[in-house]
Write a protein that binds this ligand. Sequence first.
Ligand SMILES: [Zn+2]
Length: 477
Amino acid sequence: MTGVNRRDVVMGTAGFLIFSLLPVSKAQAAQLLDVRMWPAPEYTRITLEHDVPMRFKYSVIRNGNPIRMVVDVEGLKLTDKLKQLVAKTQPNDPYVSGITASQLNSKTVRLVISFKTEIDPQVFSLKPFGEYKYRLVFDIYPAVQKDPIMALIQKEESEPDAIEKLLAQVAEGQQRMEENRLEAEHDSIGELIAGISSGTVVPMKPEDVGPSKPAPKAPASKKDSGKPATTVTKKKPSTPKRTVRERVLVVMIDPGHGGEDPGAVGRRYRTHEKTVVLSIAKILAAELNRTRGFKALLTRDRDYFVPLNRRVQKARAAKADFFVSIHADAWIKASARGSSIFALNTRGRVSSQNRWLAKNQNNADLIGGVNVTTKDKRIAKILLDMSFSAQVSDSLVYGKKILTELSKINKLHKSHVEQANFAVLKAPDIPSVLVETAFLSNPEEERKLRTRTFQRKLACAIGNGILKSFGRTGTLG
Ligand SMILES: [Zn+2]
């Protein structure tokens, strides 16, 4: 892919800037196949899909009102279809107020994109991949991030000692992992002792039991997610047990795929994985946020693509105690069914099916489309060189607890936690699992996955597994 570094654009903001991207050898007239827009608070993506490579240049006009981006595309004809496509700007788009297309000269179409706020665009092109032909992508980031986690990531990235900070952050995260493990162990021993000495079942607070409990400390406006680890919930003195833990546990829930990347597509109803997993993730987040001592966040809360490493980055920026990526499987054989759980495997033997799965999921970045900068690569390399052994061993333990809960509501595809090299599980300091809820390629499971009832069952099973992992009482459902 060709890319223009976003910083280059930001730094030279004065007036009219022009960047010519790589020239292409073929001078064939391009057909515009589709224009797609994915608006989200984090960023809005505009994708122009075309059949052959095309030349384009763009410029940002910042001294006008509104701020506009002018894109001249060579070898494109202005057709009614093109006009219709560009006219479909969504009124609820947080950043884009409109797009117009006009014929600049016999060879060139000019697109003018108008913005509602100060923006920080990334423009890049993608070669054909999967179902997609050539794509010209405009990722419109706000100059000032409103999303607190994204603002934090942006700030961290711009600091001169970003790498040292990252290393310190990982060390802190690994410490937190250790504390959580010890506390969970302590809690289960405590329960045992309490049970033995009183001769009764360990008492639970009423709000810890049963469905839909309005917990007093229900947090979870995304607003304060910037520093969740400092959020401390003081326990009421009347709490009969658990005198050790005071910290609110942060769970980053990651609905797989999104936007340009639909994920697996169902056989019978053409159900998109990205849609089903978003529903499940939202239910899980709501359930956990109603549970005392938990704060759940989502890597995406609507239909747009989040690159794999940014999902991990978001979990790390939120100082998450646990990361769970939610997916729905697909396999060549329609008979394959059941739930499975994966932890990371950075090396060692991986079954060919799991290798295929990981490759398939890791392709998300190629389907979804990312602009990989040198810095992203460097940070990813540094993180990868770290030890994952503690993370993986915790993930296997937590994964098993979730798998046990899933076995109560669905057949299991495999009865143990599997391991594969999923990019989204690569935080050295956060226990991370990937849940394949069920198979979209199995017509019966596809039908179930579409129902709110089954989505709820899955979400609650995952949530209950998380509660058990951290030695918490209560049941979601
Ligand atoms: Zn998936």
